[in-house]
Design a protein around this ligand. Structure first.
Ligand SMILES: [Zn+2]
Length: 185
């Protein structure tokens, strides 16, 4: 059996398989139609996961949203169950560690723990999805008031882009910049 004309392959119901080629489901990119999964006899797709692994899944599993990675997503979340001290190598721990170094270098207050760093799915400033690849979308730890340092209640996770745009500006300065950009100055 070959799949030269893959997308004319029929699903279990006899209807043509829905073409998922090239579509993205979470971390998975559909790269090829393969022979139907024998157990369920449904259109089956080979998917490349962002982590570098591959997995084959039937279309229903992809479209239902049940499978959004090769399994690495669940492993990432469950990682703290078997890692040495809980948070090593998680994004929050990396951000914690980097912030501690910056706090020492710049002499600003620091009293947070990795548990204080909550990474939302989207940047609360710009709305873009965090940690999707581009540097500008990387999660970044913002000091709400820069001089107050990395302290409980003064940190938020935003996109690198939002953090870069804000930099160390005060609200009054940003209003002046906005006035300038919109032609009022
Ligand atoms: Zn994966």
């Amino acid at each position: 059996m070959h799949f030269g004309s893959v997308c004319s392959g029929k699903s279990r119901t006899g209807r043509p398989a829905i073409d998922l080629l090239g579509q993205r489901f979470g971390r998975l990119l559909v790269v090829e139609r393969v022979e139907n999964d024998k157990r369920v006899d449904r259109p089956t797709w080979r998917c490349a996961c962002d982590c570098g692994s591959e997995v084959t899944l039937h279309g229903g599993a992809l479209r239902s949203g049940r499978n959004k990675s090769c399994g690495c997503f669940r492993r990432d979340r469950a990682g703290h169950l078997y890692r040495k001290h809980g948070l090593s190598k998680t994004p929050a721990y990396t951000m914690f560690y980097d912030a501690r170094k910056r706090a020492q270098r710049f002499g600003v207050p620091f009293d947070i723990t990795p548990d204080d760093i909550l990474i939302p799915k989207h940047c609360p400033v710009l709305g873009i999805e965090l940690n999707t690849g581009p540097r500008e979308a990387a999660a970044s730890l913002d000091r709400v008031r820069p001089e107050a340092g990395y302290t409980k209640g003064n940190i938020r996770v935003v996109s690198f882009r939002a953090n870069r745009l804000k930099s160390d500006a005060t609200p009054a300065e940003l209003r002046l910049v906005l006035d300038y950009m919109e032609g009022r100055r």
